[in-house]
Design a protein around this ligand. Structure first.
Ligand code: SAM
Length: 212
């Protein structure tokens, strides 16, 4: 998702208390940032933040961090939360390529990837958020018993993500090729903006949960 450049977005972000500025300075320190010892769950590529805002409202005992590359997109999430900020939700504007500079060993309990950009050209495979290169980064900060949950309506990206797992040393815990008709995996499901849009068009939603 890349919205039109919104004038002033960077200024709003710079002044927002919902956004962690210079997040690499908090590496190893995230529970202190929230002021509690609750688990930390992150969503990478959160878009306008529907999913992570709903999750944070539903699970007040979990600390959530939403990560988004583009200011114009993050602005929408800030505007949404600005009216009723939550103590357990923060945002970071960054390219996740450097995510292992922001989180330290065992700091994160769960990672969500929702409708990640497909980067269809083979030469861009390394930029896909469920690629083995990104899985190696996540390996550096996800707790040993932590899990990663990925959902998408893009079959090519999903097949790629499943094929990457053995080389990267990750294992499938659960998988479905039709999430919205899978009673067990639908429990507690919170729809993202893209999920609402593409499932309403009749597209099946694919999802896996993986660990190491
Ligand atoms: N997760 C949302 C949803 O399901 O509705 C948004 C999906 S949108 C297709 C993908 C989002 O991921 C975009 O907002 C994009 O800017 C963001 N994104 C893609 N690559 C990223 C990266 N390397 N680091 C941070 N955000 C990224």
């Amino acid at each position: 998702m890349r919205l039109k450049n919104v004038p002033g977005a960077r200024d709003v972000i710079a002044e927002s208390s919902l956004v962690v500025h210079e997040p690499e300075k908090q590496k190893g320190n995230w529970q202190q940032v929230f002021g509690n010892d609750h688990p930390v769950h992150i969503e990478i590529g959160m878009g306008k933040g529907r999913f992570i805002c709903e999750m944070a409202k539903t699970h007040p005992d979990i600390n959530y961090i939403g990560i988004e590359k583009y200011s114009s997109v993050l602005l929408r999430a800030i505007q949404k939360m600005g009216e009723e900020p939550l103590p357990n939700l923060l945002f970071i504007r960054m390219d996740a390529e450097n995510i292992d500079e922001v989180f330290g060993l065992d700091e994160v309990d769960r990672i969500y990837l929702n409708f990640s950009d497909p980067w269809p050209k083979d030469r861009h495979a390394k930029r896909r958020l469920p690629s083995k290169e990104f899985l190696a980064r996540y390996d550096r900060f996800l707790k040993k018993d932590g899990v990663l949950e990925f959902k998408t309506d893009n079959r090519g990206l999903f097949d790629f993500a499943v094929e990457e797992l053995p080389q990267a040393g990750w294992k499938l815990v659960k998988i479905t090729y039709d999430l919205h008709h899978d009673e067990e995996m639908m429990q507690g499901n919170v729809m993202t903006e893209y999920e609402q849009k593409f499932s309403s068009m009749g597209n099946p939603i694919y999802k896996y949960i993986i660990n190491r």
